[in-house]
Write a protein that binds this ligand. Structure first.
Ligand code: FAD
Length: 401
């Protein structure tokens, strides 16, 4: 019998398992794919990541992230350079496997190639079943991503309502480092290829290009809400435009579609002996699609609560995970939903936001803080609101109504 069973070997699962194992728990982590596995993702890590990790991730950093270019729907191009808030770009296959190895080093038993199909809640324990195997434990963590089997099996959720999901198409596309520098460098910033954002290349969403050392992640995504858009056509048009404007020919072989659960933290994420973390708990920013910080942070918190629960021999203690996570992140997700509800409402509103970013360096700083997750989103929202009311009251009204 294990103290803790973690289902899913992404960042949330690895960091949860590692935290619990470092504190002395007997932990098994079960992953359906064979490791290392890849994951469709832009691979942008916000500056906050380095504040919560207690180890060096430089072996898997592909590029530092200092510069960004935003292409407004109006045709404006906004160059942004930030020296103080440094994020990172990673390849998910390498980054995630690095975190799995950190969990293994802490004593976690890693079982890959094993898909969990069923969860049984027993009187004094919990059992998960995969084809040909079963694992019994005191506690269970569902770190199994957007389509979480654990969430369904323990009755927390059957699926996501459409308004809580963004749909994306993206691909990792090989390109030489010289070519990446040529097409993505802001003048005067040689050797520091920028990330690029294309708000409204699809309605209620955006396109992106995030550079790694020898490939780019190119993608489009939109908030599904009540409408279903033709995302395939949006993707094709975006790639055509990118190739035309950058004068580059892309070899796209691994285009995939994926869903992202947009965070609100208004639902249950625990039940008896079970906690959900990362995408399984729906922890992705509705502004930027950032999920890695929240996955890692929620995983670490669940690992800590698992330790306390086993130590106290009180399974009801897992509820404190939900309370603590909501205390830490709920205001932030409410603020993010408020901002994204305004900005992604129409092309006109996105253009107002871009115009403000271009004209006012302070507004630009605040917006980039938002995009990079450099500080708490709720604090940035307050600063943005104050500045809008003081300097741009008419634009504030046009944004709100
Ligand atoms: C196109 C796209 C771009 C993105 N770009 C960014 C970005 O640039 N920056 C950022 O911060 N976030 C980004 N995100 C979000 C980010 O990828 C997720 O928030 C993050 O991966 C969540 O980590 P996780 O560990 O919760 O889940 P995942 O990384 O999805 O890991 C879940 C794991 O569980 C395993 N699993 C699933 N079911 C089972 C089962 N039944 N049994 C066993 N194992 C199972 C899966 O194989 C997987 O390894 C992006 C997402 C998408 C789709």
């Amino acid at each position: 019998m294990h103290d803790l069973i973690v289902v899913g070997g992404g960042p949330a699962g690895s960091m949860c398992a590692r935290e619990a194992a470092l504190k002395g728990l007997d932990v098994v982590l079960i992953e359906k794919s064979s490791l290392p596995r890849d994951k469709l993702c832009g691979g942008a890590l916000s500056p906050r990541i380095s504040k919560i990790l207690d180890f060096d991730i430089s072996p898997v950093i592909e590029r530092d992230m200092h510069c960004a270019i935003v292409y407004a729907p109006s045709g404006r191009k906004i160059d942004i350079v930030r020296e103080d808030a440094r994020g990172y770009l990673v390849k998910r296959r390498d980054f995630d496997y690095f975190l799995v190895q950190k969990a293994r080093e802490a004593g976690v038993r890693i079982v890959d190639d094993t898909k969990v199909l069923t969860v049984e809640q027993l009187r004094t324990s919990i059992r998960v079943l995969s084809p040909g195997d079963s694992f019994k434990g005191h506690l269970l963590v569902g770190a199994d991503g957007v389509n979480s089997t654990v969430a369904r099996q323990v009755g927390i959720r059957k699926g996501w309502p459409p308004e809580r999901v963004a749909l994306c198409i993206a691909a990792d596309i090989p390109l030489s480092p010289d070519e990446i520098d040529r097409i993505l460098t802001i003048e005067g910033q040689q050797g520091r290829a920028a990330i690029e954002m294309y708000p409204w290349v699809i309605e209620h969403g955006y396109g992106w290009c995030f550079p790694k050392s020898d490939e780019i992640s190119l993608g489009v995504g939109y908030k599904m809400k009540n409408q279903v858009l033709d995302i395939r056509t949006a993707w094709t048009e975006f790639v055509d435009r990118f190739e035309r404007e950058k004068e580059v020919k892309l070899e796209i072989t691994n285009k995939r579609a994926y869903r992202v659960p947009l965070g609100k933290l208004d639902n249950r994420i625990t039940t008896r002996r079970t906690m959900l973390v990362g995408d399984a708990a729906g922890l992705v920013s509705p502004i930027t699609g950032e999920g890695l910080y929240y996955a890692i942070r929620s995983g670490m918190l669940a690992g800590q609560v698992a330790y306390e629960t086993v130590k106290d021999k009180n399974p009801l203690h897992v509820r404190t995970y939900e309370q603590r996570l909501k205390r830490e992140m709920k205001t932030e997700f409410s603020a993010a939903n408020f901002v994204s509800g305004i900005a992604y409402k129409s092309e006109k509103k996105i253009n107002i936001v871009c115009e403000l970013a271009e004209k006012d360096p302070r507004m630009q700083d605040l917006m980039i803080d938002l995009a990079l997750g450099a500080r708490s989103i709720s604090k940035i929202r307050m600063d943005l609101t104050k500045r809008m009311i003081r300097h741009y009251p008419l634009k504030a009204l046009r944004l709100l109504f």
